[in-house]
Design a protein around this ligand. Structure first.
Ligand SMILES: [Zn+2]
Length: 97
């Protein structure tokens, strides 16, 4: 796999997440597509985008679909998905950018 194609893949993921933000109706589909691209190009989805969807049912987290709270014990922000009721945790200890 060439480096340039990875770059293209990443670019597409960015576009998809930007679109998802604008367009709630298709947001879930954009998450699905972004994950597919990530798999195909063997990419990691950037952290800032990873936080935008449920890691259990892969629904896009648009407002009203999730609840956020911080958990000082695990040093994580917990996103409770209102669709599947699962909790997705993101650590804030090594927060950067
Ligand atoms: Zn979910």
């Amino acid at each position: 796999m060439k480096k340039s194609s990875k770059k293209i893949g990443l670019e597409r993921i960015k576009i998809l997440f930007n679109e998802a933000e604008e367009n709630e109706e298709y947001a879930d589909r954009y998450v699905f597509l972004a994950r597919k691209i990530a798999m195909r190009y063997n990419l990691k989805i950037p952290t800032k985008f990873k936080r935008k969807y449920c890691h259990h049912c892969y629904k896009y987290f648009y407002p009203k679909r999730y609840k956020v709270r911080t958990n000082p014990k695990t040093k994580a922000v917990e996103y409770t998905c209102q669709v599947c009721q699962n909790v997705t945790r993101f650590g804030y200890r090594n927060e950067s950018k």
